[in-house]
Ligand binder design. Sequence first.
Ligand SMILES: Nc1ncnc2c1ncn2[C@@H]1O[C@H](COP(=O)(O)OP(=O)(O)O)[C@@H](O)[C@H]1O
Ligand SMILES: [Mg+2]
Length: 362
Amino acid sequence: MPGAIYAEGLVKTFGDVRALDGVDLDVPEGTVLGMLGPNGAGKTTAVRVLTTLLRPDRGKAVVAGIDVLARPDEVRRSIGLSGQFAAVDEYLTGRENLTMVGRLYQMSGREAKRRAVELLERFHLGDAADRITKTYSGGMRRRLDLAAALVVSPPVMFMDEPTTGLDPRNRQELWDVIQELVAGGTTLLLTTQYLEEADRLAHDICVVDHGRVIARGTADQLKARTGGERVEVVVHAPEHLTVADEVLRGFGKGEGTVDPHTRKLTVPVTGGAKLLAEVIRELDLRGVEIDDIGLRRPTLDDVFLSLTGHHAEGDADDGADDGSAGRADTDGGAVGRQKRGRGGAGTAGADTGTTSDREGVK
Ligand SMILES: Nc1ncnc2c1ncn2[C@@H]1O[C@H](COP(=O)(O)OP(=O)(O)O)[C@@H](O)[C@H]1O
Ligand SMILES: [Mg+2]
Protein backbone atom coordinates (compact mmCIF):
# COMPACT_ATOMS: atom_id res chain seq x y z
CA MET A 1 0.00 0.00 0.00
CA PRO A 2 1.39 3.39 -0.93
CA GLY A 3 2.35 5.71 1.91
CA ALA A 4 0.90 9.05 2.92
CA ILE A 5 3.04 10.74 0.29
CA TYR A 6 3.58 8.82 -2.90
CA ALA A 7 5.05 9.83 -6.24
CA GLU A 8 5.99 7.95 -9.35
CA GLY A 9 8.03 9.20 -12.28
CA LEU A 10 7.50 12.92 -11.69
CA VAL A 11 8.90 15.05 -14.50
CA LYS A 12 8.79 18.83 -14.69
CA THR A 13 10.74 20.89 -17.17
CA PHE A 14 11.19 24.65 -17.37
CA GLY A 15 12.53 25.29 -20.87
CA ASP A 16 15.79 23.36 -21.02
CA VAL A 17 15.92 22.71 -17.31
CA ARG A 18 14.67 19.35 -16.10
CA ALA A 19 13.75 20.47 -12.58
CA LEU A 20 12.29 17.00 -11.90
CA ASP A 21 13.64 14.18 -13.96
CA GLY A 22 11.70 11.10 -12.87
CA VAL A 23 11.23 11.33 -9.12
CA ASP A 24 9.74 8.43 -7.14
CA LEU A 25 8.82 8.81 -3.49
CA ASP A 26 7.02 6.73 -0.90
CA VAL A 27 6.67 8.08 2.63
CA PRO A 28 4.96 5.78 5.14
CA GLU A 29 2.30 7.36 7.32
CA GLY A 30 3.62 8.94 10.50
CA THR A 31 7.22 9.17 9.26
CA VAL A 32 9.49 11.98 8.12
CA LEU A 33 11.25 12.01 4.78
CA GLY A 34 14.17 14.39 4.53
CA MET A 35 14.76 15.52 0.96
CA LEU A 36 18.37 16.63 0.88
CA GLY A 37 19.95 18.53 -1.96
CA PRO A 38 21.80 21.69 -2.97
CA ASN A 39 20.21 24.77 -4.47
CA GLY A 40 18.61 24.02 -7.80
CA ALA A 41 18.28 20.28 -7.13
CA GLY A 42 14.51 20.34 -7.61
CA LYS A 43 13.33 20.27 -4.00
CA THR A 44 10.93 23.20 -4.19
CA THR A 45 9.58 21.98 -7.50
CA ALA A 46 8.84 18.58 -5.95
CA VAL A 47 7.07 20.23 -3.01
CA ARG A 48 5.04 22.46 -5.32
CA VAL A 49 3.93 19.51 -7.40
CA LEU A 50 2.97 17.45 -4.35
CA THR A 51 1.07 20.37 -2.82
CA THR A 52 -0.91 21.01 -6.03
CA LEU A 53 0.72 24.37 -6.78
CA LEU A 54 2.35 23.11 -9.95
CA ARG A 55 1.31 20.50 -12.51
CA PRO A 56 4.00 18.02 -13.51
CA ASP A 57 4.60 17.22 -17.19
CA ARG A 58 4.51 13.55 -16.38
CA GLY A 59 4.08 11.21 -13.45
CA LYS A 60 1.70 10.45 -10.70
CA ALA A 61 1.32 11.68 -7.13
CA VAL A 62 -0.94 10.60 -4.29
CA VAL A 63 -1.05 12.50 -1.00
CA ALA A 64 -3.08 11.39 2.01
CA GLY A 65 -4.60 8.77 -0.26
CA ILE A 66 -5.86 11.37 -2.73
CA ASP A 67 -4.75 11.72 -6.35
CA VAL A 68 -2.98 15.08 -6.58
CA LEU A 69 -3.67 15.68 -10.26
CA ALA A 70 -7.26 14.48 -10.26
CA ARG A 71 -8.46 15.99 -6.98
CA PRO A 72 -6.22 18.90 -6.01
CA ASP A 73 -8.87 20.66 -3.88
CA GLU A 74 -9.25 17.64 -1.66
CA VAL A 75 -5.49 17.32 -1.29
CA ARG A 76 -5.26 20.96 -0.23
CA ARG A 77 -7.68 20.28 2.56
CA SER A 78 -5.49 17.48 3.93
CA ILE A 79 -2.09 19.13 3.93
CA GLY A 80 -0.10 21.89 5.53
CA LEU A 81 2.69 23.74 3.77
CA SER A 82 5.37 25.84 5.32
CA GLY A 83 8.75 27.10 4.38
CA GLN A 84 10.62 28.92 1.72
CA PHE A 85 7.66 31.05 0.78
CA ALA A 86 6.46 32.38 4.10
CA ALA A 87 2.76 33.09 4.05
CA VAL A 88 2.34 35.54 6.90
CA ASP A 89 0.97 39.05 6.43
CA GLU A 90 3.53 41.53 7.72
CA TYR A 91 0.98 44.14 8.74
CA LEU A 92 -1.09 41.85 10.92
CA THR A 93 -0.13 40.73 14.39
CA GLY A 94 0.79 37.13 15.08
CA ARG A 95 -2.60 36.57 16.65
CA GLU A 96 -4.44 38.15 13.71
CA ASN A 97 -2.50 36.09 11.21
CA LEU A 98 -3.40 32.80 12.87
CA THR A 99 -7.01 33.79 13.47
CA MET A 100 -7.35 34.74 9.82
CA VAL A 101 -6.08 31.34 8.71
CA GLY A 102 -8.63 29.65 10.96
CA ARG A 103 -11.42 31.78 9.51
CA LEU A 104 -10.24 30.93 5.99
CA TYR A 105 -10.79 27.33 6.89
CA GLN A 106 -14.30 27.95 8.13
CA MET A 107 -13.68 27.87 11.84
CA SER A 108 -16.04 29.96 13.93
CA GLY A 109 -14.54 33.24 15.20
CA ARG A 110 -14.32 31.79 18.67
CA GLU A 111 -12.72 28.56 17.60
CA ALA A 112 -10.23 30.42 15.40
CA LYS A 113 -9.22 32.68 18.30
CA ARG A 114 -8.85 29.76 20.67
CA ARG A 115 -6.67 27.88 18.22
CA ALA A 116 -4.54 31.00 17.64
CA VAL A 117 -3.86 31.35 21.38
CA GLU A 118 -2.97 27.68 21.66
CA LEU A 119 -0.50 27.84 18.76
CA LEU A 120 1.06 31.13 19.86
CA GLU A 121 1.84 29.54 23.21
CA ARG A 122 3.14 26.35 21.71
CA PHE A 123 5.49 28.22 19.40
CA HIS A 124 6.71 30.55 22.16
CA LEU A 125 5.10 33.58 20.55
CA GLY A 126 2.73 34.43 23.40
CA ASP A 127 4.60 37.58 24.36
CA ALA A 128 4.73 38.81 20.78
CA ALA A 129 1.14 37.85 19.94
CA ASP A 130 -0.08 41.41 19.55
CA ARG A 131 2.85 42.89 17.71
CA ILE A 132 2.69 43.23 13.94
CA THR A 133 4.78 40.52 12.39
CA LYS A 134 6.93 43.03 10.52
CA THR A 135 8.73 43.49 13.85
CA TYR A 136 9.39 39.75 14.31
CA SER A 137 12.85 38.24 13.98
CA GLY A 138 13.55 35.67 11.28
CA GLY A 139 13.16 32.82 13.75
CA MET A 140 9.85 34.17 15.04
CA ARG A 141 8.49 34.48 11.52
CA ARG A 142 9.44 30.92 10.72
CA ARG A 143 7.67 29.77 13.86
CA LEU A 144 4.60 31.78 12.99
CA ASP A 145 4.67 30.37 9.47
CA LEU A 146 4.81 26.87 10.90
CA ALA A 147 2.00 27.67 13.31
CA ALA A 148 -0.11 28.96 10.41
CA ALA A 149 0.38 25.67 8.61
CA LEU A 150 -0.85 23.84 11.70
CA VAL A 151 -4.05 25.75 12.40
CA VAL A 152 -6.10 22.88 11.09
CA SER A 153 -3.84 20.00 12.23
CA PRO A 154 -3.15 18.51 8.82
CA PRO A 155 -2.24 14.81 8.72
CA VAL A 156 0.39 15.47 6.03
CA MET A 157 2.83 18.36 6.08
CA PHE A 158 5.42 19.77 3.73
CA MET A 159 8.23 22.03 4.90
CA ASP A 160 10.50 23.57 2.33
CA GLU A 161 13.86 24.44 3.87
CA PRO A 162 12.26 25.50 7.15
CA THR A 163 15.53 26.57 8.77
CA THR A 164 17.59 27.97 5.90
CA GLY A 165 19.11 31.26 6.97
CA LEU A 166 18.31 30.85 10.65
CA ASP A 167 20.99 31.14 13.30
CA PRO A 168 21.85 27.97 15.27
CA ARG A 169 19.64 28.83 18.24
CA ASN A 170 16.57 29.46 16.15
CA ARG A 171 17.30 26.38 14.11
CA GLN A 172 17.46 24.30 17.27
CA GLU A 173 14.16 25.74 18.49
CA LEU A 174 12.45 24.98 15.25
CA TRP A 175 13.80 21.44 15.28
CA ASP A 176 12.27 20.94 18.71
CA VAL A 177 8.90 22.16 17.47
CA ILE A 178 9.08 19.94 14.40
CA GLN A 179 9.99 16.92 16.54
CA GLU A 180 7.00 17.56 18.75
CA LEU A 181 4.77 17.78 15.74
CA VAL A 182 6.05 14.52 14.33
CA ALA A 183 5.63 12.84 17.69
CA GLY A 184 1.93 13.57 17.25
CA GLY A 185 1.80 11.34 14.17
CA THR A 186 2.07 13.83 11.32
CA THR A 187 3.61 12.59 8.09
CA LEU A 188 6.21 15.10 6.98
CA LEU A 189 8.24 15.78 3.88
CA LEU A 190 11.01 18.19 4.75
CA THR A 191 13.50 19.63 2.29
CA THR A 192 16.87 20.81 3.46
CA GLN A 193 20.40 21.59 2.45
CA TYR A 194 21.70 20.48 5.81
CA LEU A 195 22.68 16.89 6.43
CA GLU A 196 22.44 17.46 10.16
CA GLU A 197 18.87 18.64 9.85
CA ALA A 198 17.84 15.57 7.91
CA ASP A 199 19.83 13.53 10.39
CA ARG A 200 17.99 14.98 13.36
CA LEU A 201 14.47 14.96 12.01
CA ALA A 202 14.10 12.38 9.27
CA HIS A 203 13.45 8.65 9.46
CA ASP A 204 14.54 8.34 5.85
CA ILE A 205 16.51 10.59 3.59
CA CYS A 206 16.52 10.92 -0.16
CA VAL A 207 19.33 12.84 -1.78
CA VAL A 208 18.34 14.76 -4.89
CA ASP A 209 20.53 16.33 -7.51
CA HIS A 210 19.56 17.64 -10.95
CA GLY A 211 15.96 16.54 -10.49
CA ARG A 212 16.79 12.95 -9.62
CA VAL A 213 16.85 10.92 -6.46
CA ILE A 214 20.47 9.74 -6.42
CA ALA A 215 20.42 7.92 -3.10
CA ARG A 216 18.07 7.01 -0.31
CA GLY A 217 18.36 5.45 3.08
CA THR A 218 18.63 6.32 6.73
CA ALA A 219 21.14 8.93 7.84
CA ASP A 220 23.43 6.20 9.12
CA GLN A 221 23.26 4.31 5.85
CA LEU A 222 24.13 7.41 3.85
CA LYS A 223 26.99 8.28 6.14
CA ALA A 224 28.30 4.76 5.95
CA ARG A 225 28.35 5.08 2.15
CA THR A 226 30.30 8.26 2.57
CA GLY A 227 32.78 6.60 4.84
CA GLY A 228 31.28 7.46 8.21
CA GLU A 229 33.15 9.44 10.83
CA ARG A 230 36.87 10.05 10.91
CA VAL A 231 39.40 11.16 13.41
CA GLU A 232 41.50 14.04 12.13
CA VAL A 233 44.77 14.91 13.80
CA VAL A 234 47.27 17.66 13.09
CA VAL A 235 50.59 16.86 14.74
CA HIS A 236 52.87 19.59 15.93
CA ALA A 237 56.06 18.39 14.23
CA PRO A 238 56.60 16.39 11.02
CA GLU A 239 58.81 13.88 12.86
CA HIS A 240 55.75 12.76 14.84
CA LEU A 241 53.83 11.73 11.74
CA THR A 242 55.06 8.14 11.72
CA VAL A 243 54.22 7.38 15.32
CA ALA A 244 50.87 9.17 15.05
CA ASP A 245 50.11 7.10 11.97
CA GLU A 246 50.82 3.90 13.92
CA VAL A 247 48.53 5.00 16.73
CA LEU A 248 45.69 5.90 14.40
CA ARG A 249 45.97 2.62 12.52
CA GLY A 250 45.39 0.89 15.81
CA PHE A 251 42.02 2.58 16.12
CA GLY A 252 41.10 2.81 12.44
CA LYS A 253 38.38 0.91 10.62
CA GLY A 254 39.93 1.38 7.20
CA GLU A 255 42.59 3.16 5.19
CA GLY A 256 43.77 6.43 6.63
CA THR A 257 45.52 9.35 4.99
CA VAL A 258 48.70 11.21 5.91
CA ASP A 259 49.51 14.62 4.49
CA PRO A 260 53.08 15.65 5.34
CA HIS A 261 52.52 19.25 4.17
CA THR A 262 49.70 20.03 6.54
CA ARG A 263 50.91 17.42 9.09
CA LYS A 264 47.38 16.11 9.05
CA LEU A 265 46.33 12.48 9.46
CA THR A 266 42.82 11.08 9.11
CA VAL A 267 41.43 7.66 9.73
CA PRO A 268 37.89 6.27 9.53
CA VAL A 269 36.58 5.18 12.94
CA THR A 270 33.48 4.10 14.78
CA GLY A 271 32.96 4.89 18.42
CA GLY A 272 32.47 8.64 18.57
CA ALA A 273 33.66 10.93 21.33
CA LYS A 274 34.71 8.11 23.64
CA LEU A 275 37.08 6.76 21.05
CA LEU A 276 38.43 10.23 20.45
CA ALA A 277 39.40 10.46 24.13
CA GLU A 278 41.24 7.16 23.85
CA VAL A 279 43.12 8.32 20.77
CA ILE A 280 44.21 11.46 22.58
CA ARG A 281 45.44 9.44 25.55
CA GLU A 282 47.38 7.04 23.37
CA LEU A 283 49.01 9.85 21.38
CA ASP A 284 50.00 11.49 24.63
CA LEU A 285 51.49 8.24 25.98
CA ARG A 286 53.55 7.88 22.83
CA GLY A 287 54.84 11.42 23.15
CA VAL A 288 53.07 12.83 20.10
CA GLU A 289 52.36 16.55 20.42
CA ILE A 290 49.19 17.60 18.65
CA ASP A 291 48.06 20.99 17.35
CA ASP A 292 44.50 19.93 16.65
CA ILE A 293 42.31 16.87 16.87
CA GLY A 294 38.67 16.32 16.09
CA LEU A 295 36.03 13.86 15.16
CA ARG A 296 34.81 14.76 11.74
CA ARG A 297 31.52 13.49 10.42
CA PRO A 298 30.55 13.66 6.76
CA THR A 299 29.16 16.98 5.62
CA LEU A 300 26.55 17.39 2.93
CA ASP A 301 29.42 18.11 0.62
CA ASP A 302 31.15 14.83 1.51
CA VAL A 303 27.95 12.95 0.80
CA PHE A 304 27.60 14.69 -2.51
CA LEU A 305 31.19 14.24 -3.48
CA SER A 306 30.97 10.56 -2.76
CA LEU A 307 27.62 10.06 -4.51
CA THR A 308 28.09 12.23 -7.55
CA GLY A 309 31.78 12.92 -7.88
CA HIS A 310 31.10 16.67 -7.70
CA HIS A 311 30.68 19.15 -4.90
CA ALA A 312 27.30 20.44 -3.82
CA GLU A 313 27.67 23.49 -5.92
CA GLY A 314 27.31 27.22 -6.00
CA ASP A 315 24.99 28.62 -3.37
CA ALA A 316 24.92 31.22 -0.70
CA ASP A 317 24.04 29.00 2.17
CA ASP A 318 25.68 25.70 1.64
CA GLY A 319 25.50 23.21 4.47
CA ALA A 320 29.12 22.29 4.05
CA ASP A 321 30.47 25.47 5.55
CA ASP A 322 28.04 26.30 8.30
CA GLY A 323 29.55 23.87 10.73
CA SER A 324 26.23 22.11 11.14
CA ALA A 325 27.51 18.73 10.14
CA GLY A 326 31.18 19.24 10.52
CA ARG A 327 33.09 18.73 13.70
CA ALA A 328 31.25 16.85 16.32
CA ASP A 329 33.86 17.02 19.04
CA THR A 330 31.41 17.72 21.79
CA ASP A 331 28.51 15.75 20.47
CA GLY A 332 29.59 12.40 19.16
CA GLY A 333 26.12 11.10 19.91
CA ALA A 334 24.17 13.28 17.52
CA VAL A 335 23.68 10.30 15.25
CA GLY A 336 21.78 8.42 17.87
CA ARG A 337 19.18 11.07 18.58
CA GLN A 338 15.72 9.85 19.23
CA LYS A 339 13.40 9.32 16.35
CA ARG A 340 9.81 9.84 17.15
CA GLY A 341 7.57 6.93 16.36
CA ARG A 342 4.49 6.65 14.27
CA GLY A 343 1.10 7.52 15.57
CA GLY A 344 -2.45 8.23 14.58
CA ALA A 345 -3.06 10.86 11.97
CA GLY A 346 -4.49 14.20 12.93
CA THR A 347 -7.85 15.43 11.86
CA ALA A 348 -8.39 16.46 8.31
CA GLY A 349 -7.75 20.05 7.53
CA ALA A 350 -6.15 22.34 5.08
CA ASP A 351 -3.68 25.00 4.44
CA THR A 352 -1.63 25.34 1.37
CA GLY A 353 -1.13 28.82 2.63
CA THR A 354 0.24 30.38 -0.48
CA THR A 355 0.44 30.36 -4.22
CA SER A 356 3.39 32.66 -4.15
CA ASP A 357 6.33 31.91 -6.35
CA ARG A 358 8.70 33.86 -4.23
CA GLU A 359 11.99 32.07 -3.70
CA GLY A 360 14.95 32.43 -1.48
CA VAL A 361 13.46 33.93 1.66
CA LYS A 362 16.77 33.87 3.43
N1 LIG B 1 9.29 28.78 -12.30
C1 LIG B 1 10.47 28.42 -12.80
N2 LIG B 1 10.87 28.83 -14.02
C2 LIG B 1 12.05 28.45 -14.54
N3 LIG B 1 12.93 27.63 -13.93
C3 LIG B 1 12.60 27.17 -12.71
C4 LIG B 1 11.36 27.55 -12.08
N4 LIG B 1 11.31 26.94 -10.87
C5 LIG B 1 12.45 26.24 -10.75
N5 LIG B 1 13.23 26.37 -11.86
C6 LIG B 1 14.53 25.72 -12.08
O1 LIG B 1 14.40 24.35 -11.78
C7 LIG B 1 15.52 23.86 -11.07
C8 LIG B 1 15.09 23.32 -9.74
O2 LIG B 1 14.66 24.41 -8.92
P1 LIG B 1 14.09 24.23 -7.46
O3 LIG B 1 13.05 23.18 -7.47
O4 LIG B 1 13.69 25.57 -6.98
O5 LIG B 1 15.37 23.71 -6.67
P2 LIG B 1 15.69 23.70 -5.10
O6 LIG B 1 14.43 24.02 -4.39
O7 LIG B 1 16.22 22.35 -4.85
O8 LIG B 1 16.72 24.75 -4.90
C9 LIG B 1 16.50 25.03 -10.98
O9 LIG B 1 17.40 24.93 -12.04
C10 LIG B 1 15.60 26.23 -11.13
O10 LIG B 1 16.31 27.32 -11.67
MG1 LIG C 1 14.02 25.49 -2.98
